[in-house]
Design a protein around this ligand. Structure first.
Ligand SMILES: Cc1cc2nc3c(=O)[nH]c(=O)nc-3n(C[C@H](O)[C@H](O)[C@H](O)COP(=O)(O)OP(=O)(O)OC[C@H]3O[C@@H](n4cnc5c(N)ncnc54)[C@H](O)[C@@H]3O)c2cc1C
Length: 494
């Protein structure tokens, strides 16, 4: 069957020949990897992206003709999903040597999870950075640039109009604000520029689409640009005294392994995979923090029933977090009876004007505990070593209290909207898919595995570009902040 492979991908064996030097080797092609790669290529670097998964789609699934096809989309997920395992310390102890079963999803494909993400793009608040060694002021200029790159719409004060602009939405926002529940139209990673004068909307943001549009993707050779090697899994970083001397890579198509040498190496496999790779590679870590302080958003979901269909829908409303209420709420609808699933995170694109159900998603800040960690552990999975870890995660008393507050906030908001909550659920750790930590940043080598730009203290040429270096999750969904920090880091690495 003819595929785009020969046009868009480079061959691992070719790259490994060493005919041309690799300036930067980036492991992972999601939000972090591609944002970093484009910036570095524009600065004249020869960049190679390694991606363990296959090239499946050239854009976000929400920008494809089958975005609402419930018979097709889950099957696409199934091709690239593998199961991860989050366990409490006592559950893991009870398991002994038995297999730790999967209870969460992880995705592996060109574009990473940006092919399926749900599109909500709030920024961190200033107080979200309270336990970080950097502040909102350090990140703000990058937020602005990344929002422009992603064509984020609905940013308060921004140029791109909100995706949903219905009368009923605005009336409900007014009612919520009057009831002192701070509400606004959601900020979304969807281009709302008019289609005219030769401009075609870029649709849903995804790193794979950004990579393809960038003009920087080139076949491997003697030129500055980005070469993409898919189905190539970084197995181990080969450490020298102060630098990474090579990366051992598995060609998943042939089963061969190769060693690549690069001036700089960037980990962008997502927080858990970058941490796993650093641990498998037995990197030196004077801080003793490697693998620790792993976290995910606290996540409560629900559905409310309106007393009658909206006069003029639809809606996607964002309820702001506050320091006293460290969580935000996303409200989407209306629909016929429905429930959130990660396989259909863009359900909000297809509201039903006659529907009376509105989805709630509440994401809250969990405490960050040293004992919440990634442990290397053999698991069967699909045979890939990427499955070989367990996240050991216990909720703190504060987490349990905040989760209860998150659940309790729903009826009040529903009442203001003329609705009642008909179903809600506290989701398990890991299900928010906003995981962070493992390679925590700090201002000295005893306070962090990485510095405030994600560079490893112990290695002169190794960086973590994804959320593995984050000290805490903040209230916002992670994509925008991952891409913004990756851009900030890439400028530092130039
Ligand atoms: C259904 C869903 C809905 C979401 N909704 C939202 C939302 O509304 N808003 C938001 O902000 N976020 C959302 N997210 C989360 C967001 O998508 C992620 O936080 C973000 O995409 C993570 O980017 P990343 O680059 O760190 O990692 P990923 O996107 O996970 O990409 C990492 C890539 O690296 C590859 N990789 C890992 N290890 C290796 C290795 N050893 N060798 C080679 N390749 C490797 C993986 O195969 C993967 O493709 C959602 C996620 C999902 C799945």
């Amino acid at each position: 069957m003819a595929t785009l492979e020969s046009i868009l991908e480079s061959d691992l064996a070719d790259v490994a020949k060493g005919d041309h030097p690799i300036d930067v080797l980036i492991i992972g092609s999601g939000a972090a990897g591609v944002t970093s790669a484009i910036q570095l290529a524009r600065e004249g670097k020869r960049v190679v992206i390694l991606e363990a998964g296959p090239f499946l789609l050239t854009s976000h699934v929400g920008s494809t003709p089958f975005r609402s096809r419930e018979d097709i989309v889950p099957q696409i997920h199934q091709k690239v999903v593998y199961r991860s395992s989050w366990k409490t310390a006592s559950d893991l102890e009870d398991l002994g040597d038995e297999e730790a079963p999967g209870n969460n999803n992880a995705w592996s494909l060109v574009g990473g999870r940006t092919v399926f993400w749900g599109g909500c793009t709030p920024r961190f608040t200033s107080w979200d950075f309270d336990d970080w060694p950097i502040s909102l002021g350090d990140v703000e200029p990058y937020y602005e640039r990344v929002e422009a790159m992603m064509h984020v719409s609905g940013q308060p004060g921004g140029d791109q109009p909100a995706f949903f602009q219905s009368k009923s939405q605005d009336e409900l926002i007014d009612k919520l604000n009057t009831a002192e529940i701070a509400a606004r139209r959601a900020t979304l990673g969807v281009d709302t520029d008019d289609v005219r004068n030769g401009h075609i909307s870029r649709g849903f943001d995804s790193s794979v689409a950004r990579l393809l549009r960038s003009g920087n993707l080139i076949p491997w050779g003697d030129k500055a640009g980005i070469s993409l090697v898919a189905q190539a899994e970084a197995l181990r970083l080969i450490k020298g005294d102060k630098a990474i001397e090579g990366v051992e890579v598995l060609d998943r198509r042939t089963g061969d392994t190769h060693v690549l040498h690069a001036t700089q190496v960037v980990l962008a496999g997502s927080a858990l995979q970058s941490t796993r790779l650093a641990m498998v590679s037995e990197l030196n870590d004077p801080s003793g923090m490697m693998g620790h302080y792993v976290n995910d958003h606290l996540f409560v979901q629900g559905v409310m029933k309106l007393d009658k269909p909206l006069e003029e829908g639809p809606l996607y409303i964002f309820l702001e977090p506050t320091p006293e209420r460290p969580y935000h709420v996303q409200l989407q609808g209306p629909f016929n009876e429905t429930w959130y699933s990660p396989y259909h995170a863009t359900v909000w694109l297809e509201p039903d004007p006659e529907g009376v159900y509105v989805l709630f998603y509440v994401f809250g800040v969990g405490t960050v505990e040293h004992g919440n960690r990634l442990e290397l552990r053999k698991r069967k999975g699909d045979g890939s070593v990427m499955n070989d870890y367990v996240v050991v995660y216990d909720r703190s008393e504060q987490d349990i209290e905040v989760l209860q507050q998150m659940r309790d906030c729903m009826p009040a908001a529903a009442k203001v909207m003329g609705a009642e909550v008909v179903k809600d659920q506290i989701n398990n750790p890991g299900e928010a898919l906003h995981e962070i930590g493992g390679l925590r940043m700090g201002t000295t080598e005893s306070e962090g595995v990485t510095d405030t730009y994600g560079k490893f203290w112990r290695y002169d040429n190794l960086w973590a570009a994804d959320a593995s270096s984050w000290p805490s999750q903040g209230t916002a969904n992670s994509y925008l902040t991952i891409a913004s920090l990756a851009l900030r880091q890439a400028e530092k690495a130039e």
